[in-house]
Design a protein around this ligand. Structure first.
Ligand SMILES: Cc1ncc(COP(=O)(O)O)c(C=O)c1O
Length: 439
């Protein structure tokens, strides 16, 4: 792995990922071993991850060069467009300029492909035959399944039981790529059986699905686990989002006033916001805003302490904002935001006051998503609806205050496969009956 302190020469596509850990005023706290009273060592992660990703997890250099194979794969859909949401601006009667970075155009439909590709690549390099993972919304499962198919790896996806019911199309697509989908909690793992004994109708959670996937990876030959979020290497794989956005804004002569992303485990937000952190620390007036559900208020109501990333306590303990590993979030549609913890890097910048956090109600976010779909013609992922609602609220604030600010948010994914819920009308009627956003 090549890494350096100055950004390798790049054209319109970044040639290196940015590592936020290099620029923080204090070093990220070391994770702790899952069961022993000691700091985690790199070799502790070997049952789970290939060596290249373990090395990245501990990396403190600012730039990590993107391998040529990964760059070539990225070129299929990157750079993604930075779109000015002019129709939305018009309907909101705001003097603000609203831009969205359209990660929904990736072949799998979301930002998750940005990390699926390098993870599959490094695993294949080291001779791994199969990857296991969890999926909440189905977006990560689709991305990893698609990438495993193209890199010749087998893939098993533990899909949160609630999502299996809510998103049958997503499940079908994961299976179409040749991956096996197992509803989580799963009767095939000890962790899943324990959860099902406690509650046979358990809707599952991302934390439970991680346990199922890790237990399977560590007990099967030739198998490793792929993290869809939370870990440092996932955060910096996603920085292609923010690095491209910075270039695109500069090309338009713009400087952002507010940068917004929804947060589940933190990866699309970190990917967009990290490259702006150094600017903010240098004194630029940029607000970085992480948006989460009221029903899973990890950053706004959680405690900053060591906790496990999964329900069965198989992962290392990470210093992060957490609602507690046993927290089972309510069954909202944004399944990908139903996570008790938060990326340690995002948690640290939130604790240091570098980023702000906001918790929003589901009804307001889905109504905002409907306005966005009506005006911009894209059905957003339910997760992205939280970023949209915050962007709309900021634009309304600009209208009230007569301020012409530049607002940028990540459209982390589209919702075209999420709109068919049994018993509900398909497509844009997803939001029917929800409270209409007040403009
Ligand atoms: C479209 C979309 N956006 C956001 C998220 C939240 O994850 P993260 O915070 O890691 O970006 C998910 C998770 O599944 C997702 O599918």
């Amino acid at each position: 792995m090549l890494s350096s302190d100055s950004e390798p020469n790049a054209g319109e596509r970044p040639a290196a990922w940015y590592n936020l850990a290099a620029d923080l005023p204090e070093p990220p706290p070391t994770p702790l071993h899952p069961s022993e009273d000691r700091p985690l060592q790199p070799h502790d992660l070997e049952p789970l991850l290939p060596k290249a990703l373990i090395e990245q997890e501990w990396a403190r250099t600012r730039w990590i060069e993107i391998p040529a194979t990964v760059l070539e794969a990225y070129s299929q859909w990157r750079p993604t467009a930075l779109v000015r949401a002019r129709n939305l601006e018009r309907v909101l009667k705001t003097p603000a300029r609203i831009y969205f970075k359209d990660e929904s155009v990736s072949p799998s439909g979301s930002h998750k492909l940005n990390t699926a590709v390098p993870q599959a690549y490094y695993n294949r390099q080291e001779g791994v035959a199969r990857l296991t993972t969890e999926t909440g919304a189905g977006q990560w499962g689709r991305s990893l399944a698609m990438t495993c198919a193209s890199f010749g790896l087998s893939c098993t996806v533990f899909m949160v039981r609630l999502s299996c019911q809510q998103r049958p199309r997503s499940r079908a697509i994961i299976e179409r790529y040749g991956a096996t989908v197992v509803p989580s909690p799963s009767p095939h793992t000890a962790a899943g059986r324990r959860a099902l004994i406690e509650d046979p109708n358990c809707p599952g959670s991302i934390g439970m699905a991680i346990s199922d996937a890790i237990e399977t990876a560590t007990s099967c030959e030739g198998t490793k686990y792929a993290f869809g979020s939370v870990l440092n290497h996932v955060m910096f794989h996603q920085t292609v989002i923010g690095l491209e956005t910075k270039r695109q804004l500069a090309g338009l002569g713009e400087r952002p006033n507010v940068v917004i992303g929804c947060v589940g485990g933190g990866s699309n937000f970190a990917g967009m916001a990290s490259p702006f952190v150094a600017d903010k620390l240098r004194g630029e007036p940029i607000r970085l805003l992480a948006v989460e559900p009221e029903t899973c208020p990890t950053l706004t109501r959680g405690a900053y302490r060591y906790d496990y990333a999964d329900a069965a306590r198989l992962t290392p303990r990470f210093k992060m904002f957490t609602l507690g590993v046993d927290y089972v979030p309510a069954a909202i549609r944004a399944c990908g935001l139903r996570y008790h913890g938060m990326s340690p890097l995002v948690s640290l910048v939130a604790k240091l006051g570098i980023v702000e956090a906001l918790a929003l109600a589901e009804a307001d976010c889905l109504a905002a998503a409907r306005v966005f779909a009506d005006e911009e013609g894209i059905v957003p992922a339910a997760e992205s609806a939280y970023a949209i609602a915050a962007a709309i609220a900021e634009a309304q604030r600009c209208r009230q205050m007569g301020r012409s600010e530049c607002i940028v948010f990540t459209l982390s994914g589209h919702g075209r496969f999420e709109t068919e819920t049994p018993g509900r009308k398909p497509s844009l009627c997803l939001m029917e009956g929800d409270r209409v956003f007040s403009s």
